[in-house]
Each structure stands twice: as structure tokens, then as C-alpha cells.
Design a protein around this ligand. Structure first.
Ligand code: HEM
Length: 424
């Protein structure tokens, strides 16, 4: 007779944390981590995972112990040996320095201040009318078809056009920017073949040459844009007043180009997917447009496009009551913290009226809190109403095949979203 006993859950150590299936749908695993080991040293990878809201905030409040200079530890930990041909190609370019995301205070603070000055609220506010125009033009391009793949038709373009305009480079170079942005992401991801890594290296050198020309252009003839501001900014370094060098400027520009594109595109795409999957929430939104800002926050919370982020331990310490050792890699599981029931009631439920949605960690916390949060929020607060108001009867075009999540350690988002609609 067949046994009816429930099947035992695998032990945490038997769950492959980075297997594509776990990454594509990590929430059951995250719930186990939060319940059983909020700070967990995975015996398979040696990495310490931090999964609850409270513990992640604790780590982010101590940047001198939990460092963002994780590049070298990550490479050696993963046994990545740089291919000599890739190294030769990279040598043809500029050797960039760590500035914001991969630097620690006090260097990080210095660079961040300059980048923040270039991304003033005034500049972002000044972009508002044309963000709406960009969104409307993109929709004009596909509305008569009654269907589209939303990410490539809309969501991916909005942040790319906005950042190009903010930097002060022509929109006609957009396709090239996308190619460069993909190259940075593949190079960081550590999953690319040696051939692809060499191609990425060539593209990155190409990116640098393009921006060195732009830097020189703006040095000679400043215009009202972020590159001009950065080129002419004073990096007051230990009393030494000087302008930034290529190695510093290119590092900042690279982060501005890469950090905001995939993340914003993923949030726009997932937000629409959550709304179609939750018709009651869509109805609430159509009835009360004042809910749009909270839709943005709830989508950021649910998705957490930067689902995980690295830290490296600088000195023996502890997280909660778990000791961690100097040199250990820590993975902050932002995606799990944002589904923590101790912080967000019924955290797996998509609820656009959730009162504390905005307290999410999708933009991180502490000294590295996202520099582009204001801009990203603005873009999405403008884009969502235009999409929802112009496309009615929104539905999935291919049933269960309409979307799928990309398995990735750091980023979370949909590869594509096939929708159908009636022009409103
Ligand atoms: C939905 C959109 C976005 C999300 C979810 C997001 C997420 C994040 C997160 C989680 C961090 C902190 C990483 C850490 O803990 O170490 C971060 C940092 C950063 N983000 Fe964003 N980001 C978004 C949009 C943008 C945009 C539009 C820009 C640029 C204009 C940008 C530029 C940066 C930079 C430069 C940093 C590093 C800041 C520092 O280390 O001081 N991000 N972002």
C-alpha cells in the first residue's frame, strides 16, 4: 500500500541556493531561511546569507565592517581566472577606480556627493514633461496593434532615454548604450563564456573611448547636463582641490548607465504583470489614481529588482548572534527582507494600498542607498498612469506563457511580458 505520510522537506543545506529553479522562484527558500536561520552560512558556498529585514538593516548600518569592496573576494571565491586575452583587451582601455557602489567611505562619500550634485531634484523635476512625452511616443508606436511584448516595446526604453538625456548624449546612440550596458551586466554576472567575456571587454573599451570624447567635448563646451557638471566638479580631496580623472569619471558614468536601466525596466514590467494578475488591484487603481505612487512602492517591494547584494567582512564581528570572520562574503537578501512578515503583513500579497510599502529595502539602506531612487520613482510615477490610462482591458496575451523570471543571483525581473489590450 502506498504511504500517505507527507514528504519530508529537504534540509536547508540540501537546497541549491543558486540553481536556476531556486533563483527563478526563491520565495519558499527565503521563507525557510528567515524562519530557520536569518543569518546562515551555506556549507555549499561558504557564503553568509542575511535574510530578514532587521538583520539587513543592522549590516547596512556598519559600512566600515561590511564593505562594498567585494570585487576581488568575489573573483577569488568563485575561482574566476581572468583570461589573458580578456586582460590584454581591458589594458587597451582606462583602468577605472572604485567610486560609489564598489567603494567604502570616505572615498565613496566624496564621489557620491559630486554625483548627487549632478542629479539634483531640480534637474530631475525639469525632466518631468519630456518623460511623459517619451512614454506617450513609445505607446504611439505599438497601440494600434492591440498587443506587444511590453519590456522591449516600452519598459526598457524609458530609463535608457532618460539617462541618455540626463547625461547629455544623443538618443540616436541608444542601441549602442544598450549593447554596452548588457556587456557590463554580463561581465559582472560571472556566467558568461570566455568568448562572450572577451567581447564584453572589447565593448567596454569602446564605451570608454566614446565617453572620453564626450568628456573632452563637455570640458571644452559645458552644457546643462550631468557629464558637464561632473567634468567641472571639484573633488576636494584632503584639502587638495582637483578635477576628476578619466579613471574616476568613467567609473561614475558606467554606474549611472548600468545601475538604473535594468532595475527600472524590470520594475515597470513586473508592476504591469502584478496588476494584470490581480484584477482587484487594477480596479482600485483605475478608481483612485492617487494610488499610483504607492503602486510604485508596492511593486518595488514585491519584486526587489536588486534582489541580492554582496558585502565583504572587514573585521571579525557578528550579525545578530552569528559570528562572521574577516574576509567572508555576505549576501544581503533584499528580496527576502521585503517579503518578511515581521515587517510587512501578509508580505507575499500584492496590495497597492499597503501603508508601509515605502519602507521596503529595494533601494538598499545606509550609505549606499540608491543614488537614483528619486529619478527612478519619478519615471515610474509618470509612466504607470500613462500605460494604464491609454491601454484598457489589459490581459496576458499568451496565458501562462506570457512571462517568465530570469534566474540571476543579483537581479530579479521578467525576460518578457506579452500583453494584449484595447486602445482606450
Ligand atoms: C528601480 C530602480 C532602481 C533600483 C531598484 C535600484 C537599486 C539600488 C540598490 C539596492 C542600491 C544599493 C546597493 C547596495 O546595497 O550596495 C543602489 C545603489 C545605487 N544606484 Fe540604484 N536602483 C535603481 C535605479 C537607479 C538609477 C535610475 C540610478 C542612476 C541614475 C541608480 C544609481 C545607483 C548608484 C550610483 C548606486 C550606488 C550608490 C552608492 O554606492 O553610493 N540607481 N541602487
Amino acid at each position: 500500500m502506498a504511504s500517505t505520510a507527507p514528504r519530508a522537506e529537504p534540509a536547508l543545506k540540501d537546497i541549491p541556493a543558486f540553481a536556476p529553479d531556486t533563483l527563478a522562484d526563491p520565495y519558499a527558500y527565503y521563507a525557510r531561511l528567515r524562519a530557520e536561520a536569518p543569518v546562515y552560512r551555506d556549507p555549499n558556498t561558504g557564503i553568509v546569507y542575511v535574510s530578514t529585514f532587521e538583520r539587513i538593516v543592522e549590516v547596512n548600518s556598519q559600512p566600515r565592517i561590511f564593505s562594498n569592496k567585494f570585487g576581488e573576494t568575489l573573483r577569488t571565491g568563485a575561482g574566476i581566472v581572468i583570461d589573458p586575452e580578456e586582460a590584454r583587451i581591458m589594458k587597451e582601455g582606462v583602468q577605472i577606480v572604485d567610486t560609489m557602489l564598489t567603494a567604502d567611505p570616505p572615498e565613496q562619500t566624496r564621489y557620491r556627493k559630486l554625483a548627487m550634485k549632478a542629479f539634483t531634484m531640480k534637474r530631475v523635476e525639469g525632466m518631468t514633461p519630456y518623460i511623459a512625452q517619451v512614454c506617450n511616443e513609445l505607446i504611439d508606436g505599438f497601440i494600434s496593434k492591440g498587443a506587444c511584448e511590453f519590456k522591449s516595446a516600452f519598459a526598457a526604453h524609458v530609463p535608457m532615454i532618460v539617462i541618455a538625456d540626463a547625461l547629455g548624449v544623443p538618443r540616436s546612440d541608444m542601441d549602442t548604450f544598450r549593447t554596452w550596458s548588457d556587456a557590463f551586466i554580463d561581465q559582472l554576472g560571472g556566467m558568461a563564456s570566455p568568448e562572450r567575456r572577451r567581447e564584453c571587454a572589447r565593448l567596454i573599451v569602446e564605451f570608454q573611448r566614446y565617453f572620453v570624447d564626450k568628456i573632452e567635448e563637455k570640458r571644452a563646451r559645458p552644457t546643462d547636463d550631468v557629464i558637464s557638471d561632473l567634468v567641472h566638479a571639484d573633488l576636494a580631496e584632503e584639502g587638495d582641490h582637483r578635477k576628476m580623472e578619466y579613471s574616476e569619471l568613467l567609473s561614475i558614468l558606467q554606474q549611472l548607465l548600468v545601475a538604473g536601466n535594468e532595475t527600472t525596466a524590470h520594475t515597470l514590467t513586473a508592476g504591469l504583470m502584478y496588476l494584470i494578475a490581480n484584477p482587484d488591484e487594477m480596479a482600485k487603481l483605475r478608481a483612485d489614481p492617487s494610488l499610483y505612487p504607492n503602486l510604485v512602492e508596492e511593486t518595488l517591494r514585491m519584486l526587489s529588482p536588486t534582489n541580492n547584494m554582496w558585502r565583504v567582512v572587514k573585521a571579525d564581528h557578528q550579525i545578530g548572534d552569528v559570528p562572521v570572520k574577516q574576509g567572508e562574503l555576505v549576501l544581503l537578501r533584499y528580496g527576502s527582507a521585503n517579503r518578511d512578515d515581521a515587517k510587512f503583513a501578509e508580505a507575499d500579497r500584492f496590495d497597492i494600498t499597503r501603508e508601509n510599502a515605502k519602507e521596503h529595502l529595494a533601494f538598499g539602506a545606509g550609505v549606499h542607498h540608491c543614488l537614483g531612487a528619486y529619478l527612478a520613482r519619478k519615471e515610474m510615477q509618470i509612466a504607470f498612469p500613462i500605460v494604464i490610462e491609454r491601454l484598457s482591458n489589459l490581459r496576458f496575451a499568451r496565458g501562462a506563457e506570457s512571462y517568465r523570471f530570469i534566474p540571476n543571483i543579483l537581479m530579479r525581473g521578467l525576460a518578457e511580458l506579452h500583453i494584449a489590450f484595447d486602445p482606450a
